[in-house]
Design a protein around this ligand. Sequence first.
Ligand SMILES: [Zn+2]
Length: 460
Amino acid sequence: MAKRQVTIRMYRQGLGDCFLVSFPRAGGAFHMLIDCGALKSRHYAPESAIEFVKNVRTLTKDRLDVVAVTHEHWDHISGFSDARAEFDAMEIEKVWVAWTEDPKSAAAKALKREFKKSKDAVELALSKMTPDPGTPLARFKESITNLLQFSGGVGMAETTSSTWKYILGRAPNLYCNPQKAPLRLEGVENVRVYVLGPPEDPDWIKKRLSKRETYDEGHPSFAAFAGFLSATDPNHDACERAVPFLRRYRIPSDAARGQEFFRETYDAPDQAWRRIDDDWLSLAGDLALHLDSYTNNTCLALAFELGDGGPVLLFPGDAQVGNWLSWQERSWTVKDADGERREVTGADLLARTVFYKVGHHGSHNATMRGKGLELMESPELVAMIPVHRATAEDQKWEFPYRPLWERLKEKARGRVLLADAEGLDEITQDIEAALTPKELERFRKSAKFDEHFVEVRVPY
Ligand SMILES: [Zn+2]
């Protein structure tokens, strides 16, 4: 039987994800768009999104069978805002989102409520930070502000959420749940889509997250901090709980300034180092990181199995530790074409992965080691990193994170494609050293660099 092939196109729009995955189907390919966005930066003009989406329109003849949106981060959805008119002109059959968007799910609603509270707290903390330029606090504020770029940036909550609503409103939603049977693609033969994450139990997400994420250790005060910030009345209970000393041991700052001792030892300009007035603001950094991982952990993570027990394409969105770990506990029973029942586990899908869309632009915390990349054993592995190094450098992020990148190159035997590369030059040495002449020829033929995207084809 002639081999079929899936075509994967990674768009080169900037630092963000936009993938067009096309499956062969009688009567015309099945097109799935997974995310469409880029971070705001000096390297990315929002108008350029229009060019990229026009390219999607041409390739798909204005029809997308599925738009899958992995999570509500700006670098995954900005295209739906910047190129809205282009999307308006397209027919979209179905929108796939994580179960956390299901309005009927009480667990989903609770998650959203909690998330909103934390988000408001970070924004409020930032608004209270008014550091002098060049001070450590100024740099700190800048780094949190940069982190918030993922959720659209400070004060952008409205735009991000209206963009999210737009795309979810374009077609009937499918709430993807890892506890359900694998999904099928309408009219496509023998391809199963396993929903790996997000985990269905929100407590479980948080538990894993707080255990594993180092910056989350020992911060039982998040709730109190959030309460403290949102309490406008200093006599408010939440505010009182967030203060480390009982009222009778405290001297209000105005009263303290009336005493010479405090004026000399705390208030004098050269005594600034003794004051902790702004130290509580540093908690905002932890909270911002927490918030970021939290959204990433609610990412829709998908594994496409091509043929019964065949090669797997892995699209984890920006899933972080908690999400990845939960895949290890997944199993599904499927019925193959020959009628045989087969058990499929998360680990098994990783072992058969031949294409890995690297999570979170190659950051240090979104590709699991032992329970992730190390389980990917296929000699056919190809990885794509949707990254724009110049943008990441501006933000002082190490994307891709060097040790991960090196290991990816070993596991994929050189075949690691970056969205901002101009061709194979950067990896020529690696692929020539690792691949047989035949494999090399096949890979060179399968990888294509276009002005708008980098493409690979996966046979099955
Ligand atoms: Zn991202």
